[in-house]
Design a protein around this ligand. Structure first.
Ligand SMILES: [Zn+2]
Length: 247
């Protein structure tokens, strides 16, 4: 039987039985799917490299009754630098976890896959702070799922937004005139610009900007609220990032 080729990244890996692994894949063609890598825990297996978190490439699958089996894989990017760095891999695991949360089976995974790929690339390159990569990745994934508000205009008066505050009650941004004077989540001009850039920029340029510490804190607060609203369960890998940051 001919296999099905999918472009995919390994979101997570679980040992199964004595020698197998079960992979959770985020694929362009089939969305989120589960696939068995038979014998992948044997040292001689040709699937060892494919059955690792972050492995990206073309997976040839055969379809069974209830799941897929990996016949072979051509991995083009292993993200080895990530796997070797504890902090970077912690961020990578958190990104994979959130990707898995939003992805569904049998949907077009093109955008979600590209987003994760560019986010991991950015972690690997290390040119911008990991926290900024996290904020851009999370907000954009939330935007892909239709849950990020526009930062182009004030949600109340509809005037173009330059600076203001994020309203946690409305989950929308307000301009300086419409926000209460004691607004808890201020957004300076650069923060508004950064959030709108994250929402709308081409994916291949999403991780190509940097911000000051102060702007990073402001957009992190907005990101935190957006994630909290969009996700209705615990995210253990994401929670680990706070533990790392506290050290
Ligand atoms: Zn306004």
């Amino acid at each position: 039987m001919d296999g099905i080729n999918v472009n995919a990244i390994v979101l997570s890996v679980m040992p199964v039985g004595e020698a197998d692994r079960r992979l959770l894949l985020l694929s362009k063609e089939l969305g989120k799917i589960s696939a068995f890598a038979r014998g992948a825990r044997r040292p001689t297996s040709t699937l060892i490299g494919a059955a690792r978190p972050f492995s990206f490439g073309v997976f040839t699958l055969s379809a069974g009754r209830s799941s897929y089996t990996v016949q072979k894989a051509e991995i083009s990017e292993y993200f080895e630098d990530l796997s070797r760095d504890v902090e970077k891999s912690a961020y990578g695991f958190a990104f994979s976890e959130l990707s898995a949360y939003f992805a569904r089976e049998n949907e077009d995974g093109t955008e979600a896959l590209s987003l994760l790929y560019y986010a991991l690339k950015s972690l690997q390159r290390g040119q911008i702070p990991m926290k900024l990569v996290q904020i851009a990745f999370e907000c954009r994934l939330i935007a892909l799922n239709g849950l990020m508000p526009s930062f182009a205009a004030c949600a109340r008066c509809r005037k173009p937004l330059t600076e203001g505050a994020f309203s946690s009650a409305l989950m929308q941004p307000l301009c300086r005139d419409c926000a209460p004077p004691d607004a808890k989540l201020p957004l300076q001009k650069s923060a508004v610009y950064a959030l709108e850039y994250i929402r709308t920029s081409p994916l291949n340029r999403l991780f190509g900007f940097n911000v000051t510490e102060e702007v990073l804190r402001e957009i992190a607060a907005t990101d935190e609220l957006l994630v909290h609203q969009a996700v209705d369960r615990e995210l253990p890998a994401r929670a680990m990032l706070s533990v790392l940051a506290a050290d």
